[in-house]
Design a protein around this ligand. Structure first.
Ligand code: ATP
Ligand code: MG
Length: 1137
C-alpha cells in the first residue's frame, strides 16, 4: 500500500506523535524540540494540532500555503494549522457538521494568533463575491477592535487577551459566510484601575493618546503624555515592537469597516477619555463638624472636564462621590463617603464604565456582522479564551480564568479521552483502559452548587451581616478543607499548617495545569461588582447617548432593589452555556504551547514545555490514540461513502450496513488488524488506512465520473450520430430525388430529342413519301393534264378548226345572208321607196283629188278650219294628258311632265308656274295665323341670316318656340310674369358675358313688344330692362356661336352700364324677334343687324373689340370667351368643319 504523503516523507522528527516510537515523555519532548528548532511549529496527535509559539513570523502563512492546503486531506501534507482549518471547513461544507475550533493553552501560547490564522484561512478558501467579501472583511476586522479594548500587555504576553471570546461564524449551504455572533466572557476590568508591575492597561488608552490627532485630543480634553493619567502605569507604557499610534489607525479603520458610525466612534473615544479623567480625580479628607469623615475632591478640573465630555452635571457627580444613598423598601438613607470609599466608588465607576463599554462594543459588532436574512446552514465556532495563568499575585480574575481553562480541559478530556475509551467499550471493541487525570474533581471544587468555591463566595456576598474576604476564606477553610485539590494554611488539613509558601490570607488550588495561589482579598468585592446607585443614576442623567445606554439601572423609574447577579454566578452560567454549545459541535483541537517565558524566538525551555504537555494531557492523548483507532464511523455513512470501492456493494447493498462494510473491507487490500467492527461503527486504526480509503474513493469517484462522462458522451454522440444519420437519410433522399429528377429530366429531354429526331426522320420520310406521292400525283396530274391538255388542245384545235370552219361557214353564210339581206333590203327599200313614192304620189294624187274634190266645198276657210281643228285636237289631247300626269301638291316637288309639242313650250312652262303658284296657295291656305307668323319669322330669319351666319342652317329645323320657360305657368316666375307689363314674346335663359373675364352668368332673357328684360335666373328679379327704342343695333358673328351684342343708344338711360354681350342657344330666334319688333313698330327705327367677326361693344366707358376666331374644338365643342386685354375680348368658336 503505497501512500504518497509528505506527513511521513522528508519529515523532521515525527509529524504525528501517534507514530512516535518509542513513546515516552522525553521522546515526545525531543520530537517537539527537534521540530521547533527546524521551524516546524505544528505537530499532530491524530487530529489534534499541537502549536508551538515561534515568537517570530514564519513564512508558512502565505497565500501560496493556503492554496497548498486547500482541499487536501488532513494527513496529506506536513502538519499545519491550515490542514485543521481545511478539514473543519470541508466537513462543515460537505458533511453538514457544525464545527468548533477549541484553542487552548496558557497565556502567551499563541491562541489568539491561532484563532486569527484559522479565520483568515477559512476566509481565503470560502466563497467569493462582493457581499461575501464584505462579510469576511467585517468578521476579520472585528478582531483589531476587540483586541484594542480587550487585550493588554501582561508579564506573560504583550498582547494578552483579557476577555474570553467565542465567535460563531455562520455559513450558508454553499459554505459562504453569512455573518457571525461573538460572545465575550468576563473582561478583566480590574486592569482599568490598577495594573500589576510590568503590565499595562488595555491597549486602547495608549493607542488613543499616541495615535489621535492633536485636534482630536483637544476635543477629548486629553494630553498625549501617559504620565498625566493615574490609571496608566508608567513603568511599561511602551512595549517593544508595538506601535500604538499605527495600531490606533488600524483600529479606527477596522471600526469603520465593521460599520461604526463616526459619531459612535467619537462617543466611544469620549468614554475612554472619561475613564482616564476619572482616574485623575483625587480626594482629600475633610472632617465634618459632627466628627464624621468626609472626602472632598482635590482638584475639580478633571471632574469638570469629564462632566463636560459626558454631558453630566458636575454637581451631580460630585455629590455621588461624596454620598451614598441606600434604599431599602420604604427607606432611603444617605451616608457620606470617606476618602477610601470615594476612591472605591471612583474605581468602581471606571471599571464599570469600561467593561460596559466593552460589552456594548461586542453587541454593536454583532449587530454589524449578524447574518442578514438568509437562512443559516452551518456554524463554525472559534474559541479563544484567556489562557491558564499563574501570576505572583493571583486574584478573583485569575481564579475565574483558570476555572474556565479547567472547564475547557474537562471538555477535551470528555471528548477525546473519556468519551473515546467509553465508546470503545460501548461498541464492544477490545480495549485496555488507559489512565489519565480527569480534572472533573477540580471543576467540581469550583462550581459545585452546594459547596463549590463560587457557590460559597456567592453565599458570603449575599449573607447579611459583616462580610469580608476573611469571612469568605474562613468559609472555604471549613468547607473545602478536605478537598484534595484545595490547600489553605488555616484549613483543617494539617498538611499545610507549616507551609510558609501559603500565606494566611490566601488559598491554593491544584489546577490541572499546576498549583495557583489565590489571594482572597478582593474576592467578595469583585464578585459583588457593586456600583453605588448614586453613581449609576448620575451616569444615567448624562446628556450623552451612549453613556445613558450603558447605565440603564440608573433610570429612577426602574429602581430595582434586588441585588444584581454576582460576577462569579454570571461567569459560571455563561461558561456552562458555552460548554453545552461546544458539546453539540464537532470539536477540532489546537493545543498551544509556549516554548519559553521570555517571549523570545528560538528558545525552547524543556521544563516549561514538559510542564505544559503534562497538564495538557498530551501524553495520555497520544496513548489513547495509539491504543485506539484513528477513525470511526457508523456503518451506514461508511458504506454510503465507500461502497463504490467494491463491486459487491456498488451501486446498492441490500443487506444490513454492517455486512456491507464487512464485505467492502474484505474486498480491499487492507490488513485485518487495521480495522475493527464495533456494534454500530467501524473503527480504523491507522490514519493511513483512512487516507488509503479516501484516495481509493477519490480515484473511484474519478473513474465513476469518467464512466458517467463516457456514458453521457456516448449518449450525446449517439444522439448526435442518430440525428446525423436521420438527417443524412433525409439529405440523401432529397439528393437522390434531385439526382433522379435530374436524370429523369435528362432522359426525358434525350427521349424528346431522340423522339423528335425519330419523328422528324419519320416525318421527313413521310414527307418525302408524301412529296413523292404528291409529285407522282402531280406528275400524273401534269402528265394527264398535259395529256388532257394535249387532248384538249387537239380537241380545241379540232373544235376551233371546226368552229373556224363553222364560223367561216357562218360568216360566209352570214356574208351571204347579209349580202342576200342587203340585197333584199335594198330591194325592199327600193320597193318601199317605190311604194312610198307610190303612196305619196297616191296621197298627193288623192290629196289633189280630194283638194280638187273639196275645193269646191271649202275652198275659202277649209285650211284654217282644219288647222284649228287639228290644233284643237292637239290641245285637247295635251290638256287631258297633262291632267293625268300632273305632279304632287308638294310645293317643293320639282317634277313636271315633258312638253309634248315644241310649239307648246311657252304654255307648258306657264302652266307649270301657274300650277306651282296654285299649289303654294293651296299649301298656304292650310296655315293658321300663328303658324303663319312663325313662318314669317322664319322667313325673316332667313332673310337676315341665310348665308351670312354659319349658325343659321342649324336653326332652320328648330321651331321658334318663344316662351321656353313657360313663364306664365311656372310658379317660380310668377312675380316676374306679373311684373311684365306686356305679353312676353320670348323667355329664355341666356348667358350674360362678364366684361371682365369673358365668363358667362345665366340670366333670364325676356322680350316683349316694348322692351328687352334681363332677370336673375334663380330669384326672377329684374336686373335690366331695355326699352326697344334704346336698341340701336345687334352685332353677331358670322360663325356658329350664339354670341350677340345688344348695342344701346348713346345717352339713353339703359346705356349707362353699356352694351350687353350675351350668348344664347336661340340666337337666331332672339335676333329675328327683336328685329321683327322694329319692323312692325311704325314709330321705331329699323334695327341694324351687324354680322361680322369683329365688332365693338361699349362697356361702360370703354369700347371693347369682340373678336371671333376659329378655334380647335376643345371641351366638347364649346365656345370659349377670354378677355385678352382691356380692348379685346376673344371668342374662340370651334370650327364646324
Ligand atoms: N504563529 C505565530 N507566529 C508568530 N508569532 C506568534 C505566533 N503565535 C503567537 N505568536 C506570538 O506570541 C504572542 C502571544 O500570542 P497570543 O496573543 O496569541 O497568545 P494567547 O495564547 O492568546 O495568550 P493570552 O491567553 O494571554 O491571550 C503574540 O503576540 C505573537 O507575538
Ligand atoms: Mg489571547
Amino acid at each position: 500500500m503505497e501512500v504518497k504523503t509528505s506527513l511521513l516523507d522528508n519529515m523532521i522528527g515525527v509529524g504525528d506523535m501517534v507514530l512516535l516510537e518509542p513513546l515516552s515523555e522525553d521522546s515526545f519532548l525531543e520530537n517537539l524540540k527537534n521540530r521547533f528548532e527546524h521551524n516546524e511549529i505544528y505537530t499532530y496527535i491524530g487530529s489534534v494540532v499541537i502549536s508551538m509559539n515561534p515568537y517570530r513570523s514564519l513564512p508558512i502563512f502565505t497565500p501560496e500555503k493556503v492554496e497548498e492546503y486547500r482541499n487536501r486531506n488532513f494527513y496529506e501534507l506536513s502538519p499545519h494549522i491550515y490542514a485543521l482549518a481545511d478539514e473543519a471547513y470541508r466537513s462543515l461544507r460537505d458533511q453538514d457538521k457544525d464545527q468548533c475550533i477549541l484553542i487552548t493553552g496558557e497565556s502567551g501560547a499563541g491562541k489568539t494568533e491561532a484563532s486569527k490564522l484559522v479565520m483568515s484561512y477559512v476566509a481565503a478558501v470560502c466563497g467569493k463575491g462582493q457581499e461575501v467579501n464584505k462579510v469576511k472583511e467585517q468578521l476579520l476586522q472585528s478582531n483589531p477592535v476587540l483586541e484594542a479594548f480587550g487585550n493588554a500587555k501582561t508579564v506573560r504576553n504583550d498582547n494578552s487577551s483579557r476577555f474570553g471570546k467565542y465567535m460563531d461564524i455562520e455559513f450558508d449551504f454553499k459554505g459562504d459566510p453569512l455573518g457571525g455572533v461573538i460572545s465575550n466572557y468576563l473582561l478583566e476590568k480590574s486592569r482599568v484601575v490598577k495594573q500589576p508591575r510590568g503590565e499595562r492597561n488595555f491597549h486602547v488608552f495608549y493607542q488613543l493618546l499616541s495615535g489621535a490627532s492633536d485636534e482630536s485630543l483637544k476635543k477629548l480634553k486629553l494630553h498625549r503624555d501617559f504620565s498625566k493619567y493615574n490609571y496608566l502605569s508608567l513603568d511599561s507604557a511602551a512595549v517593544n515592537g508595538l506601535d500604538d499610534a499605527a495600531n490606533f489607525r488600524t483600529v479606527r479603520n477596522a471600526m469603520q469597516i465593521v460599520g461604526f458610525m463616526e459619531d459612535e466612534v467619537q462617543s466611544v473615544m469620549e468614554l475612554v477619555a472619561a475613564v482616564l479623567k476619572l482616574g485623575n480625580i483625587e480626594f482629600k479628607p475633610d472632617s465634618r463638624s459632627n466628627g464624621s469623615d468626609e472626602s472632598r475632591i482635590k482638584d475639580k478640573n478633571d471632574l469638570k472636564e469629564m462632566c463636560e465630555l459626558l454631558g453630566i452635571e458636575q454637581s451631580v457627580l460630585e455629590r455621588a462621590f461624596s454620598y451614598r444613598t441606600v434604599e431599602a423598601k420604604l427607606e432611603k438613607v444617605s451616608t457620606t463617603l470617606n476618602v477610601a470609599q470615594a476612591y472605591y466608588a471612583r474605581d468602581a465607576l471606571a471599571k464599570n464604565l469600561y467593561s460596559r463599554l466593552f460589552s456594548w462594543l461586542v453587541t454593536r459588532i454583532n449587530e454589524s456582522i449578524k447574518a442578514q436574512g438568509k437562512t443559516r446552514h452551518k456554524v463554525m465556532g472559534v474559541l479563544d479564551i484567556y489562557g491558564f495563568e499563574i501570576f505572583e499575585d493571583n486574584s478573583f480574575e485569575q481564579f475565574i480564568i483558570n476555572y474556565c481553562n479547567e472547564k475547557l480541559q474537562q471538555i477535551f478530556i470528555e471528548l477525546t479521552l473519556r468519551e473515546e475509551q467509553e465508546e470503545y467499550i460501548r461498541e464492544g471493541i477490545e480495549w485496555t483502559n488507559i489512565e489519565y487525570f480527569n480534572n472533573a474533581v477540580i471543576c467540581d471544587l469550583i462550581e459545585n452548587n452546594q459547596n463549590g468555591i463560587l457557590a460559597m463566595l456567592d453565599e458570603e456576598c449575599l449573607r447579611p451581616g459583616t462580610v469580608t474576604d476573611e469571612t469568605f476564606l474562613d468559609k472555604l477553610n471549613t468547607i473545602c478543607a478536605e478537598h484534595l485539590h484545595f490547600e489553605s494554611r488555616l484549613s483543617k488539613n494539617s498538611k499545610f499548617l507549616t507551609d510558609h509558601s501559603l500565606p494566611h490570607s490566601c488559598f491554593r488550588i491544584q489546577h490541572y495545569a499546576g498549583k495557583v495561589l489565590y489571594r482572597a482579598e478582593g474576592f467578595v468585592d469583585k464578585n459583588n461588582d457593586l456600583l453605588y446607585r448614586d453613581l449609576s443614576q448620575a451616569m444615567y442623567k448624562a446628556n450623552h447617548k451612549l453613556i445613558k445606554q450603558l447605565f440603564p439601572e440608573g433610570n429612577p423609574a426602574k429602581v430595582n432593589l434586588k441585588r444584581p447577579l454576582t460576577a462569579g454566578f454570571q461567569f459560571k452560567a455563561s461558561v456552562g452555556t458555552l460548554m453545552r454549545n461546544l458539546q453539540t459541535k464537532n470539536p477540532n483541537y489546537i493545543r498551544c504551547i509556549k516554548p519559553n517565558d521570555k517571549k523570545a524566538s528560538h528558545i525552547f525551555t524543556d521544563s516549561l514545555v514538559r510542564h505544559q504537555l503534562r497538564y495538557l494531557g498530551l501524553m495520555e492523548n497520544v496513548r489513547v490514540r495509539r491504543a485506539g483507532y484513528a477513525f470511526r464511523q457508523p456503518y451506514e455513512p461508511c458504506l454510503e461513502r465507500y461502497k463504490m470501492l467494491c463491486k459487491r456493494t456498488w451501486p446498492h447493498w441490500l443487506g444490513p450496513a454492517r455486512e456491507g462494510v464487512e464485505v467492502l473491507m474484505s474486498d480491499l487490500p487492507v490488513p485485518a488488524e487495521e480495522f475493527s467492527f464495533g456494534r454500530s461503527k467501524i473503527f480504523i486504526r491507522n490514519p493511513r488506512t483512512l487516507f488509503f480509503l479516501e484516495e481509493r474513493r477519490r480515484q473511484c469517484l474519478q473513474d465513476l465520473a469518467t464512466l458517467i462522462q463516457k456514458i453521457y458522451r456516448g449518449w450525446k454522440c449517439r444522439g448526435h450520430f442518430l440525428l446525423l444519420k436521420k438527417s443524412q437519410i433525409v439529405v440523401s433522399a432529397w439528393y437522390r430525388r434531385y439526382a433522379q429528377q435530374k436524370k429523369y429530366q435528362k432522359i426525358k429531354s434525350a427521349t424528346t430529342v431522340v423522339q423528335s429526331y425519330t419523328r422528324g426522320w419519320q416525318a421527313r420520310k413521310l414527307l418525302r413519301e408524301l412529296k413523292y406521292q404528291k409529285r407522282c400525283v402531280e406528275a400524273v396530274t401534269t402528265i394527264s393534264a398535259f395529256w388532257h391538255g394535249t387532248q384538249a388542245r387537239m380537241e380545241l384545235r379540232r373544235l376551233k378548226q371546226e368552229v373556224r370552219n363553222k364560223h367561216a361557214v357562218t360568216v360566209i353564210w352570214a356574208y351571204w345572208q347579209g349580202t342576200k339581206a342587203r340585197r333584199e333590203l335594198r330591194r325592199l327599200k327600193e320597193e318601199a321607196r317605190r311604194k312610198h313614192a307610190v303612196a305619196v304620189i297616191w296621197a298627193y294624187w288623192q290629196g289633189l283629188k280630194i283638194r280638187r274634190e273639196y275645193r269646191k266645198f271649202f275652198r275659202a276657210n277649209a285650211g284654217k278650219k282644219i288647222y284649228d281643228f287639228t290644233i284643237q285636237r292637239i290641245m285637247q289631247k295635251y290638256f287631258l294628258g297633262l291632267k293625268s300626269t300632273l305632279p304632287s301638291m308638294s310645293p317643293i316637288d320639282k317634277n313636271w311632265p315633258a312638253r309634248p309639242y315644241l310649239f307648246l313650250g311657252g304654255v307648258h312652262s306657264e302652266l307649270r308656274r301657274i300650277f306651282h303658284l296654285w299649289r303654294c296657295k293651296k299649301y298656304r291656305s292650310q296655315f293658321t295665323e300663328e303658324k303663319k307668323a312663325v313662318y314669317e319669322e322664319k322667313l325673316e330669319a332667313s332673310e337676315l341670316f341665310k348665308d351670312k351666319k354659319a349658325l343659321y342652317p342649324s336653326s332652320v329645323s328648330q321651331p321658334f318656340k318663344g316662351d321656353y320657360l313657360e313663364i306664365n305657368k311656372n310658379p317660380k316666375y310668377q312675380k316676374l310674369s306679373i311684373a311684365m307689363e306686356d305679353k312676353v314674346l320670348l323667355a329664355d335663359v341666356v348667358n350674360k358675358i362678364n366684361r371682365a373675364n369673358g365668363k358667362g352668368t345665366a340670366r333670364l332673357f325676356l322680350l316683349t313688344k316694348n322692351s328687352v328684360v334681363l332677370a336673375d335666373q334663380k330669384t326672377g328679379q329684374v336686373k335690366a330692362s331695355v326699352p326697344l327704342p334704346d336698341l340701336t343695333s345687334v352685332s353677331v358673328s358670322t360663325q356658329s356661336d350664339g354670341f350677340f351684342a345688344l348695342k344701346l343708344k348713346e345717352g339713353s338711360a339703359s346705356a349707362v352700364k353699356g352694351d350687353f354681350l350675351l350668348s344664347s342657344e336661340h340666337l337666331i330666334e332672339i335676333i329675328t324677334k327683336i328685329h321683327r319688333m322694329g319692323t312692325t313698330a311704325a314709330d321705331r327705327e329699323q334695327l341694324d343687324i351687324d354680322i361680322s367677326d369683329e365688332f365693338l361693344v361699349q362697356f361702360k366707358h370703354d369700347k371693347v373689340c369682340v373678336k371671333f376666331i376659329q378655334g380647335v374644338p376643345k371641351n366638347g365643342n364649346s365656345v370659349s370667351c377670354k378677355r385678352k386685354n382691356n380692348r379685346l375680348l376673344e371668342v374662340s368658336v370651334p370650327s364646324t368643319a
